[in-house]
Write a protein that binds this ligand. Sequence first.
Ligand SMILES: [Zn+2]
Ligand SMILES: [Zn+2]
Length: 121
Amino acid sequence: MGEIFQAECGCGYRSGDLAVGCGMADMNRYNVPVACPVCHSVRVVELQHSPRRCRKCKMEVYYLHEAGNFAPADVARVFRVPYPWELDSTTVAVDERPAVRYRCPKCWQMTLRLESCGCWD
Ligand SMILES: [Zn+2]
Ligand SMILES: [Zn+2]
C-alpha cells in the first residue's frame, strides 16, 4: 500500500499528488519524494533506480528526510534515514504522527509539510 501526499508550505508552495511507497501492482517499486531546489518542485522517484539529477534542469535532487534538511540521495540511503511514511505498517493515524517539517524547495524555510490525502492501490 502506498500513500498519497501533497507537500504544502506556508509560502504558498503546493506540490501535485505524490504517490509514495509501493503499489500492489509492483512490489519492487518504492517511490520516495525528492525535491529540486532549482525548479522548486517536489515529486516522487523510484528509490532503487532513481535518477540523482532533475530531469528538467539536471540539478542534483534531494530526498526529504526527517531531520528536515535536504540530504543527498546517497547519504540518506547510507544512514538509513527514517521516512515518516514508514509508520504505515502501524495503526497510528496520520494526524497522530509527529509533525515533521521539511525544507521547502521554494522559500527554503523549514515549513514544508507532507499532507496525506489518501491511499493508492
Ligand atoms: Zn530541476
Ligand atoms: Zn515554502
